[in-house]
Design a protein around this ligand. Structure first.
Ligand SMILES: [Zn+2]
Length: 412
């Protein structure tokens, strides 16, 4: 590593405008936290007809207009998200704008139609109901269950005072943005398909580490799974997760856990750009998911498992051919509290006698994370005096992490 390289300009630092991250958060909030009481149609996992979709995207807003149906829809939806426009307000705005346009315009006439347009382009997500106590997802074999078989809680929201069950509003909802269709879409773009093999020909020549491709972990994978490595288009991924407060309100204790994948096949300049950081899961809840985060990771782990064992057929628009794409999750990137939740290894320690002042001072600072919400898991994580006692170290493992369901995880 070059110690003088402190501003990561070759890795995208300084390129992102400062207001882009909050906008993205607002987009998440707007797209995912409204209409919890509306049951949407099940997401269609089938491969879309890209040619028709591309034609659809090119459809002008009206004859002779530079805006397309897609660009106008996305621009208006972003506007709604950025300024917190209500659903009714958005419908009215579309009605007014539609009135200004020629009669043959293609602008959606309601929020519902707008979301349908976005879903056609895989910008949608799957809603999966979860047990209110985080025991399970109502998914796969449990898809039709109405009660959690572990704790007996209802799948639906229970009215607090009357105890009445509202069979329209789910108690808890996980949003999953399926990864396989998005990987397919990456390779449908010739420019991206070419960039996805950057790592294969750009290893460091000067002994410095410029990219994970120069790391020992990368080389270890090269040695252990040569058949995976023989196809440079196979994806190497990293997973990141942490809590944030989507409402940006310092008084709110609501926290949300996004799970993000990044693809290391790209060059350093673009592998961490926001376009290539892939939101895969949104775990909304009043508190953090804690050790139960594995329950929520299941849909993603299932897809990752399939992408390792069987792969999937993907069309490469740059080379004009179809090939079998596989993917491998290399590691997770977290702060210590999130690492504890994901791995099942406790990062919390016990306080040293006579050190309370120091601990309390540290706790005060760590109680507020960057978004202003309280981070319960930060407490006491800065103190560790278990030493080398093997029994104490063993007790630190609280669960078997779901990542071990990936056949290669134990060998990484
Ligand atoms: Zn339960």
């Amino acid at each position: 590593m070059n110690p003088l390289y402190t501003k990561w300009i070759f890795h995208g630092e300084g390129i992102t405008k400062s207001n882009e991250v909050p906008d993205t958060y607002r987009m998440f909030r707007d797209a995912c936290f409204e209409n919890d009481d509306v049951r949407e149609p099940t997401y269609n996992r089938s491969l879309p007809d890209y040619d028709n979709l591309l034609e659809e995207a090119k459809t002008p807003l009206y004859g002779g207009c530079d805006w397309t149906k897609m660009s106008a829809t996305v621009a208006l939806y972003k506007l709604k998200a950025r300024h917190g426009l209500s659903n009714v307000g958005f419908d009215e705005l579309l009605e007014v704008i539609g009135g200004f346009l020629p009669k043959d315009h293609t602008l959606p006439n309601s929020l519902y139609s707008t979301k349908n347009v976005l879903k056609e382009f895989d910008l949608g997500y799957e809603k999966i109901h979860a047990c209110v106590n985080d025991c399970c997802l109502f998914w796969k074999t449990k898809e039709k269950d109405v009660v959690c078989e572990t704790c007996g809680s209802s799948r639906w929201k229970v009215v607090k005072h009357t105890g009445e069950i509202n069979e329209v509003i789910p108690a808890k909802v996980l949003r999953y943005f399926p990864i396989k269709s998005r990987f397919r879409r990456m390779f449908r773009n010739a420019e991206l398909a070419e960039q996805l093999t950057w790592h294969d020909t750009n290893k460091s020549q000067d002994g410095m580490m410029h990219h994970p491709v120069d790391s020992l972990a990368w080389k270890s994978i090269d040695n252990k799974w040569p058949s995976f490595v023989s196809e440079p288009r196979n994806l190497r991924l990293g997973l990141s997760s942490d809590g944030f407060n989507p409402f940006g309100d310092f008084s709110s204790r609501y926290s949300c856990w996004p799970v993000i994948l990044c693809t290391y096949n790209f060059s350093p300049t673009i592998c961490m750009s926001k376009e290539n950081l892939m939101l895969t899961l949104l775990i909304p809840r009043p508190k953090q998911p804690g050790d139960d985060i594995g329950v929520y990771l299941q849909p993603l782990i299932d897809d990752l498992k399939e992408l390792w064992l069987d792969g999937m057929s993907v069309y490469d628009a740059f080379r004009n051919e179809t090939f079998n794409l596989k993917a491998l999750l290399m590691w997770t990137i977290n702060d210590f509290p999130a690492y504890a939740n994901l791995s099942g290894y406790s990062t919390k320690g016990t306080k040293k006698k006579g050190d309370n002042r120091k601990v309390n001072r540290k706790r005060k600072r760590s109680d507020l994370n960057i978004d202003g919400d309280e981070d319960d898991n930060d407490h006491d994580d800065d103190v560790d005096d278990d030493g080398d006692d093997p029994m104490k170290l063993t007790r630190r493992w609280k669960k078997k992490s779901i990542f071990f369901e990936l056949p290669y995880w134990q060998d990484l």
